[in-house]
Each structure stands twice: as structure tokens, then as C-alpha cells.
Design a binder for this molecule. Structure first.
Ligand code: ADP
Ligand code: ADP
Length: 234
């Protein structure tokens, strides 16, 4: 079953007189339970594509269908609700809020859902352990943790609401090899329990751990490669 369908999506950015065609008719389908990666040169449209899939921004034309719902027909409030319940995001620079504790960062996506505090703490703990972290981090500030540890907290925040889809933009781009390995291990474990995962990466040793590598160049998917699992970072 297809959980993500991108159908002939284009994206044009206009900044003053500068027009950038970031996506030029991209189509792809990701099946439920798949783990895929997206590779390509800087500026080729990888982040833009991930933002379209993640409903962070609207295509200029074409359709994005998430879990059978054609999002192009929906209003922004309905789109936000799909994003918040079905999708978790992980970023290169973690995007944690440094003045909040680790616990407050992780539980944040649960607050708009009206989940009571005690339940939020329980869910945050479970997510942090699943993400390869340690509950002793919960009262700390993110800046008291290493980069690798902060990324585990960010993954915990992404998965705390049990999303069906996790999207990651260069999740290991700022990490040493050992931390990158832990992060990839975590993604594979999440995938094993049925989470669909898409990872934008420059790192062949990350892409080779996934099931399919989409190569994007100048706003178009130019090939789909079969990973060489012997070259996976694990
Ligand atoms: P990648 O992730 O592969 O590096 P991006 O998707 O970030 O590529 O960018 C694709 C192209 O679109 C680039 O030329 C970039 O400068 C441009 N772009 C991306 N986001 C914006 C934006 N918000 N406004 C204007 N141009 C943008
Ligand atoms: P990445 O490291 O994933 O390639 P970028 O540095 O391309 O990310 O983009 C970071 C942010 O800046 C994104 O939100 C993107 O939409 C925005 N952005 C990228 N290029 C431009 C641009 N030319 N003009 C305005 N915003 C941009």
C-alpha cells in the first residue's frame, strides 16, 4: 500500500526578480513500511522535495497524497492536522529548543493533542529509549548533551506521537561516524516496527542502508538505485 504519493510536483520559488525552479515534475511512491533515501548535489531540490512530502510547504503544481488523502484539496488547518498526527521530522541541526529541557522538547508535539502531563512523560521516556537515548537526560538542557545525543533527543521528539512516517533531512550531516551509526540503527529499528522512513543524505554509507536510493538532479528524479548493503554504515 502506498503511504506517500508525489504526483508530478513542481515548485517554483520567487524572491524578488529571482525565479528558481526547485522541482520540475517529480513523481514517486513510497510504500508503507519502506525506508528510502534521496541523494543529489547541493541545490538539486532534496530539501524542497522532503518539505513537500512533509506538508511543510505547498507545491506550485501537482499533488501530494499522504495515506490516501489528497492533500492538495485540503485547507491549511486540515493539512496541519495530518502533518502533526502522521509525520515526524528530524533535521540536520536538531532544531531543539535550548531553553527548554529534553523532556519539554520531546513532549512538545503531544501538547496540542491534549494529552495529560503524566501520560506525556511516560510517552517521552518511551520515545527517548526507542531513539537510543537515556532517561537521565530528561531534566537536562539540549546544550548539555553531545551532538549525537541531541540528535537522539530530536528523533525521540519526532516519534513520540507514533507517526506512521518519519522524514529526515541530513540527519547525520553534523555527526561523527559513531553517532551517525547509532542514528541509522535507530531508523532501521523504527522501520522494522513498520514506520515508513525517507532520508535526505549526502552520505552513501547512510543511503546504502535503505531499500531504494532516489537520485535527484536539477529538480528531477534521474534514477532509482538499488543500495549496496555491504556499504551500509552498520
Ligand atoms: P537541496 O536540498 O538539494 O540542497 P533545496 O531544495 O534546498 O536543494 O533547494 C533547491 C533550489 O531551490 C536551490 O536553488 C535553492 O536555492 C532554492 N530554494 C530552496 N528554498 C528556497 C526558498 N525558500 N526560497 C527561494 N529559493 C529556495
Ligand atoms: P539544506 O542544507 O537542506 O540544503 P538549505 O540551506 O538549502 O538546506 O535551506 C535552508 C532553509 O533555507 C530552507 O528552509 C530553505 O527553504 C531556505 N532556502 C534555501 N535556499 C534559499 C534561497 N535561495 N532563498 C531563500 N531561502 C532559501
Amino acid at each position: 500500500r502506498e503511504i506517500i504519493v508525489v504526483d508530478n510536483v513542481t515548485k517554483v520559488y520567487r524572491v524578488g526578480d529571482v525565479v528558481t525552479q526547485a522541482l520540475r515534475g517529480v513523481s514517486l511512491k513510497v510504500f508503507e513500511g519502506e525506508i528510502i533515501s534521496i541523494m543529489g548535489p547541493s541545490g538539486s531540490g532534496k530539501t524542497t522535495l522532503l518539505n513537500m512530502i512533509g506538508l511543510l510547504d505547498k507545491p506550485s503544481s501537482g499533488r501530494v497524497i499522504i495515506d490516501g488523502i489528497d492533500v492538495s484539496r485540503l485547507g491549511s488547518r486540515e493539512i496541519a492536522s495530518i502533518r502533526n498526527t502522521k509525520i515526524g521530522f528530524v533535521f540536520q541541526f536538531f532544531n531543539l529548543i535550548n531553553r527548554l529541557t529534553v523532556l519539554e522538547n520531546i513532549e512538545m508535539p503531544l501538547i496540542p493533542r491534549g494529552i495529560p502531563k503524566s501520560k506525556r512523560i511516560e510517552m517521552a521516556k518511551e520515545a527517548l529509549v526507542k531513539a537510543g537515548g537515556d532517561v537521565s537526560w530528561l531534566p537536562k538542557k539540549p546544550t548539555q548533551l553531545s551532538g549525537g545525543q541531541q540528535q537522539r533527543v530530536a528523533i525521540a521528539r519526532a516519534i513520540v506521537g507514533n507517526p506512521r512516517i518519519v522524514l529526515a533531512d541530513e540527519p547525520t550531516g553534523n555527526l561523527d561516524r559513531a553517532s551517525a551509526k547509532v542514528v541509522m540503527q535507530t531508523f532501521l529499528e523504527l522501520n522494522k516496527i513498520g514506520t515508513t522512513i525517507a532520508i535526505v543524505t549526502h552520505d552513501p554509507e547512510i543511503a546504502n542502508c535503505t531499500q531504494k536510493i532516489y537520485i535527484i538532479r536539477d529538480g528531477q528524479i534521474v534514477s532509482i538505485q538499488i543500495p549496496d548493503t555491504s556499504k551500509c554504515i552498520l
